[in-house]
Design a protein around this ligand. Structure first.
Ligand code: CMP
Length: 139
């Protein structure tokens, strides 16, 4: 297995509910290294750019609206097999289907307000980390 980088976003619902620390604690307890961390309020252009792959989906407008309604915390994570390990830790996209012990089970509300985002492939991990942390460009 290789050392990978993956992006975590703690979404506005989780920030509003004071769960930043709880989610970061779960990430660190899982052994993922936090390489970089920023709190920011996404502009519409940043959210649309980040989720461009979903732009033709019926929920795109709702997704952008939600992701720009308040601050988020983005972090660049690293570790062996980090992409898959972080996705396992997050649980299913729909919190109703997420396993016990996962972030979305603990802090998600529904498929839209699901507390966190994580990169879904090694390639997207690199691209998404670079989107928010250009100083962490992979060599
Ligand atoms: P995320 O991992 O951030 O990637 C895309 C997001 O789109 C996903 O989490 C969900 O929060 C959101 N999403 C997926 N399906 C739906 C849906 N049917 N309705 C609203 N939001 C959705």
């Amino acid at each position: 297995m290789a050392v990978e980088r993956t992006l975590s976003i703690i979404k506005p619902d989780a920030v509003e509910q004071n769960n930043i620390g709880n989610i970061l604690a779960m990430i660190q307890a899982a052994g993922l290294e936090v390489l970089g961390l920023r709190m920011l309020h996404l502009s519409r252009a940043q959210a649309e750019g980040f989720y461009e792959v979903h732009k033709d989906r019926p929920f795109f407008g709702e997704l952008v609206e939600f992701m720009t309604r308040g601050p988020v915390v983005v972090s660049a994570l690293a570790g062996e097999d980090a992409v898959a390990r972080h996705r396992t830790l997050m649980g299913a996209t729909d919190p109703a289907e997420a396993d016990e012990g996962t972030i979305r089970k603990a802090y998600g509300t529904d498929i839209g307000k699901n507390a966190c985002h994580g990169s879904d492939s090694v390639e997207n991990g690199k691209a998404e980390v670079t989107y928010f942390f250009p100083e962490y460009l992979l060599k």
